[in-house]
Design a protein around this ligand. Structure first.
Ligand code: PEP
Ligand code: MN
Length: 309
């Protein structure tokens, strides 16, 4: 019986799918990886990067308030959607160009670089004018013309994993960007659809893929615990777990709704937002791990002899 299935891929096919990004083809990276720089922020340089902000930019007041909150909590970068991919065309679609301008102003106010989603190939230039990093959302991961265009823009790209994408499909999508000469790609695991999706979690957080990404490519990979769980109460635990799995960073949705009086409930994804004070705890967790790693580096005995780890 014929056994080969058209289009079927396995990790063995990665050298064909990803000659640019496959780790096996680049022994020069050895165990290390490629560092992606967004202003002063460095992904893949050892210290996990924290991106935080609202799901959507809703108003100048909301964006400034969240921006100041996440900056005070210790975030490295700001997020906020101006163009939102929504299930229904009747839902809030984002503020568009006005949202981009507000996000840019919030980035300038706080000194944090900003990332925002671009969904439309016709808007890559406009979004590039305002953003420091372009986000490709889960639903657009296989929009190949869009991948080519963000590749040509030369801007750093945050490539979220398609919600049903295999590792080969995800890295194949990244290869489209790299093929345009742009290696400034950060991958983002954001949960995948499984039998459990929607029953007791929004998606299923696939932490195994962090290890697989590091094994198969030299690109950095971060984790979005907000969309993966869909519940603010789970975001801190999921963040810690992601860091333990070697994630190069986190992207977290934050709102001061419920914490600061008078703040309106977010119009998108309110139930998965965490407060700036919970974000602060997550940042502290990352810092305490770093401190522990430094402490563990050398053991010096009383007679001055040193043992390295
Ligand atoms: C987002 O991060 O704003 C978003 C829409 O996430 P995703 O594309 O992963 O659904
Ligand atoms: Mn969201």
């Amino acid at each position: 019986m014929e056994r080969k299935i058209a289009g079927q891929t396995s990790l063995e096919d990665l050298s064909r799918i990803c000659p640019i990004l496959g780790r096996r083809m680049h022994p020069e990276f050895d165990e290390g990886g490629f560092v992606v720089e967004v202003g002063r922020v460095r992904f893949g340089a050892g210290r996990p990067v924290v991106i935080a902000g609202p799901c959507a930019v809703e108003s100048a007041q909301q964006m400034m308030e969240v921006a100041l909150g996440v900056k005070a909590a210790g975030a490295d970068m700001l997020r906020g959607g101006a163009f939102k991919p929504r299930t229904s065309p009747h839902d809030f679609q984002g503020l568009g160009l006005e949202g981009l301008k507000i996000l840019r102003a919030a980035g300038d106010l706080t000194g944090l670089p900003v990332v925002t989603e671009v969904m439309d190939v016709r808007l890559v230039d406009t979004v590039s004018e305002y953003a420091d990093m372009l986000q490709i959302g889960s639903r657009s991961m296989q929009n190949y013309p869009l991948l080519v265009e963000v590749g040509r823009s030369g801007k750093p790209v945050l490539l979220k994993r398609g919600m049903a994408a295999s590792l080969c499909e995800w890295l194949g999508a990244a290869e489209y960007i790299a093929n345009e000469g742009n290696l400034n790609i950060v991958l983002c695991e954001r949960g995948i659809k499984t039998q459990a999706s929607g029953e007791y979690s929004r998606y299923s957080l696939d932490l195994n893929v962090v290890l697989a990404v590091h094994a198969e490519t030299f690109l950095p990979v971060i984790v979005d615990p907000s969309h993966a769980t869909g519940m603010g109460s789970r975001v801190e635990a999921a963040s810690r777990a992601a860091i333990e799995f070697g994630s190069d960073g986190l992207m977290i949705e934050v709102s001061s709704w419920g914490e600061v009086s008078g703040v309106m409930r977010p119009r998108c994804d309110a139930d998965q937002a965490i407060s700036p004070s919970t974000l602060r705890r997550i940042v502290r967790f990352i810092q305490s791990r770093e401190a522990a790693a430094t402490d563990a580096e050398d053991v010096v005995s009383s007679d001055g002899r040193t043992w390295s780890r």
